[in-house]
Design a protein around this ligand. Structure first.
Ligand code: SAM
Length: 237
């Protein structure tokens, strides 16, 4: 019989990835903090091989674009059943298609996803996927930046890594999260550590003053200055 406490235990955060290259996973997610959290059962990773849903003897997953043009498109009659199998195991997961055309991934969206049950991620390949899959399975398109990757797997890893480090217990000092870039709509202030002098460059005196109020004020000013210089678009948000 489970005790009351164990039945209330938190379910692992679930990442389900649909890909034609499942051997890429866990890859970098299997080392350091995310790897330790995976081993500890804080999160769980399931990869479904889209090829297993491929058609015919050659397990075909793609075909030429309707209307002509270069490259190949992942077929809806392959992706649809693959997504349905993934959803049967985890029906509550938000469904994401990694796509350069998607809404840019933000720390706010990462935080939302990290506080939910997990995420189902579809990694595209070739020239992308049939639009009917996006519409028919209600996929949210998310981009990790304004550049084009060869496939969605690395983008899926980026999104998973950003979420996993926010899960309770994954980072040692939870305080460090609230001070990070984007958490207050600002980029992070400059950081220093020992030695006090390095190659003729010193740590700013205020950081060694022991005056917490002055340190906080300096950090805030620096965060604002750097954000204004590099990402003025964040200031208006
Ligand atoms: N023809 C597509 C276009 O112009 O938008 C690019 C396809 S890209 C070569 C193949 C796959 O990589 C995409 O289906 C997507 O899953 C993934 N991908 C590429 N760039 C990405 C980005 N910036 N963010 C998220 N996923 C990306």
């Amino acid at each position: 019989m489970p005790t009351e406490q164990s039945s209330l235990a938190r379910q692992p955060w679930q990442a389900t990835v649909l890909t034609i290259f499942p051997e890429m996973f866990p890859g970098p997610l299997g080392v350091s903090l995310s790897g330790q959290a995976l081993t500890a059962g804080t999160w769980r990773l399931d990869c479904l091989n889209i090829r297993d849903f491929g058609l015919g003897r050659h397990r075909q997953v793609d075909d030429t674009p309707a209307g002509g043009g270069a490259g190949m498109i992942l077929r809806p009659d392959v992706l649809g059943p693959a997504i349905d199998v993934a959803l049967a195991a985890a029906p509550d997961l938000p469904r994401v298609y990694l796509s350069p055309r998607g809404k840019p991934l933000t720390q706010a969206r990462v935080r939302d996803l990290a506080t939910g049950p997990g995420v189902l991620l579809l990694a595209g390949r070739f020239e992308g996927i049939d639009q009917r899959v996006i519409d028919g399975r209600n996929l949210e398109e998310i981009s990790i930046g304004d550049y084009v990757l060869s496939g969605g797997e690395l983008a899926a890893m980026v999104l998973i890594d950003a979420c996993v480090r926010l899960l309770p217990g994954v980072l040692g000092a939870q305080d460090s999260l609230s001070e990070e870039s984007f958490e207050h709509g600002l980029l992070e202030y400059p950081q220093y550590t020992k030695p006090r002098e390095w190659e003729g460059r010193s740590i700013p005196d205020v950081l060694l003053s022991g005056d917490h109020k002055k340190v906080a004020e300096w950090r805030r000013r620096e965060a604002e200055r750097i954000t204004k210089e590099r990402r003025p678009d964040l200031l208006g948000k």
